[in-house]
Ligand binder design. Structure first.
Ligand SMILES: [Zn+2]
Ligand SMILES: [Zn+2]
Length: 249
């Protein structure tokens, strides 16, 4: 109910104060993300890992194959089966995500979540009918701090766009993790493993895990391990944006 009231208030505020595009230097009136900025948003690298989506160096022997793998996924395949995102983690996408996370622009989630759903849909195929959308769990303290549960909000939009259910509490964050900025992948993984657990029983075979950004993949890895330990067969991670590490870093 509270969420409905907030959504209505946002519609009302948009009428009173028409939105302007959030992209730096744009400010076009009429939408929080205007059509030209959406069309020109930075895409993932063309030559990318078929599992995690990170850039793959052109010099690699399999770089031109139909499904190249980055060095990390070749060395140790992640617990998730696939990670996809509509955009690269670069401006203006970073500005859109900032507005969603810190300014609580819920209507940005509607548009961005639909873009995420469009990117993941082709990878679900016949599994779509048995798919459940699961948000990356956030700790209660972080939710209270921000006033918005971004992954849950995005997951609701993705699930509605795909026409499948969302399992809001399939995963839970049993302890808060320290800020991840500036930490290595190994450190992030050590921080987040054990912090995310599946609530049993998890009655889902095919899970789509939703988050705002994939940086090192540590959070997606922790979610996928928890879901698979609880019985999930296939886990696909979808985020709005993906950071790349310059290819095979
Ligand atoms: Zn714009
Ligand atoms: Zn990879």
């Amino acid at each position: 109910m509270a969420a409905d009231v907030r959504a209505l208030a946002e519609v009302w505020l948009d009428c009173l104060f028409p939105p302007r595009c959030l992209s730096p230097g744009c400010s076009r009136r009429g939408a929080w993300i205007c059509a030209p900025c959406l069309a020109g948003a930075p895409a993932l690298p063309k030559r990318r890992c078929a599992i995690c989506g990170d850039a793959v160096l052109a010099a690699r022997a399999d770089a031109r194959s139909a499904s190249p793998r980055c060095r990390r996924c070749l060395a140790q395949p992640p617990a998730f089966d696939l990670a996809v995102a509509p955009w690269l983690h670069a401006p203006p996408v970073t500005d859109w995500i900032h507005a969603l996370k810190y300014d609580r622009r819920r209507r940005v989630a509607d548009l961005a979540g639909q873009c995420a759903a469009a990117v993941v849909r082709p990878h679900l195929g016949p599994d779509l009918a048995r798919t459940v959308v699961v948000p990356v769990p956030t700790h209660a303290e972080r939710r209270a701090e921000r006033g918005i549960d971004v992954p849950a909000r995005l997951a609701a939009v993705v699930a509605a766009s795909l026409g499948v259910p969302v399992a809001v509490d399939a995963l839970e964050r049993v302890r808060a993790t320290p800020p991840q900025v500036g930490t290595s992948r190994a450190e992030r993984l050590a921080n987040v493993l054990g912090a995310i657990e599946a609530r049993r029983p998890v009655c889902l075979e095919h899970a789509v895990v939703v988050d705002d950004v994939l940086t090192t993949g540590a959070t997606g890895e922790a979610c996928a391990r928890a879901l698979k330990a609880a019985g999930a067969k296939r886990v696909v991670v979808v985020t709005l944006a993906r950071a790349t590490h310059g290819g095979d870093a």
